[in-house]
Ligand binder design. Structure first.
Ligand code: SF4
Ligand code: SF4
Ligand code: FES
Length: 250
């Protein structure tokens, strides 16, 4: 059964833009990305949208639907009533390139700032041994499809462009936590997490976890354990004494 839906889609570029109204056909079983494609095919041939898999796996089609950060390809039209006006806008935290496509290079910059996996120098491939519990922890974080919806949602940068320099965002703080908790990673990532990647900005509101399409418990399983490790280091009396003595010697 098909019906006509009212869509408001943001059109524009870096110089500005606005919402444009469309009335468009919707068929049973369709998702919002299908409707955006129908708009391209019938009414707005130059409407820009980024997508690849249409299966919730490539992380390309991130946008905001009625103000909520979501994947266009995983949002079923059946979640809306037929008379509802559906507003589709680009992710707010990143600069617009055109229409629904944003420049997400902030995320790649942050990814490059994190030193890669650092196993012990004398450990050879084939000698790696891990407990199943450690494998499972990494596997949860590795489900990330790099859609950047969590980065887009986090209030630390969503309304504060000035914080971007000092804050890696939940996806990359999770990457640091993954490596810090990895039993074969010998790098100490705690000071860098706090001082260079802005872990202290996070006040564990869990908004990032709520929008993650992979259901990763970003806050509970990565950010909070990482904060605990940083606090252990900062407030451990033995570490504190060691730092004092080291400074006195110098
Ligand atoms: S839990 Fe931390 S990283 Fe996640 S949205 Fe809240 S402040 Fe941002
Ligand atoms: S952690 Fe979740 S929301 Fe964030 S980039 Fe990965 S898949 Fe997307
Ligand atoms: S098109 Fe790949 S996640 Fe939506």
């Amino acid at each position: 059964m098909s019906y006509k839906a009212s869509f408001r889609v943001w059109r524009g570029d870096a110089d500005g833009g606005g919402l444009q109204d469309f009335t468009v056909e919707v068929n049973e079983g369709e998702v919002v990305l299908d409707i955006i494609h129908r708009l391209q095919a019938t009414q707005a041939a130059d409407l820009a949208v980024r997508w690849n898999c249409k299966a919730g796996k490539c992380g390309s089609c991130s946008a905001e639907i009625n103000g909520r950060p979501r994947l266009l390809c995983m949002t079923r039209m059946s979640t809306f009533t037929e008379d509802e006006v559906i507003t589709v806008t680009p992710m707010r935290t990143f600069p617009v390139i055109r229409d629904l496509v944003t420049d997400v290079s902030f995320n790649y910059t942050k990814a490059r700032e994190i030193p890669s996996f650092t196993p012990p120098a004398d450990l050879k491939p084939g000698e790696y041994r891990m407990q199943q519990v450690d494998v499972e922890r990494s596997q949860e974080f590795r489900k990330c499809i790099e859609c950047f919806l969590c980065q887009n949602t986090c209030h630390v940068v969503r309304d504060h462009e000035e914080n971007k320099e000092a804050f890696a965002g939940p996806r990359y703080l999770m990457r640091i936590a993954e490596l810090e908790m990895h039993p074969l990673d010998v790098a100490d990532r705690r000071d860098a997490a706090q001082d260079e990647h802005g872990l202290g900005y996070c006040n564990i509101t869990k908004c990032c976890s709520e929008v993650c399409p992979e259901g990763i418990h970003i806050t509970d399983n990565a950010l909070i354990p990482m904060k605990e490790r940083v606090a252990d280091r900062k407030y451990d009396p033995i570490v504190w004494l060691g730092n004092k003595l080291f400074r006195r010697d110098k």
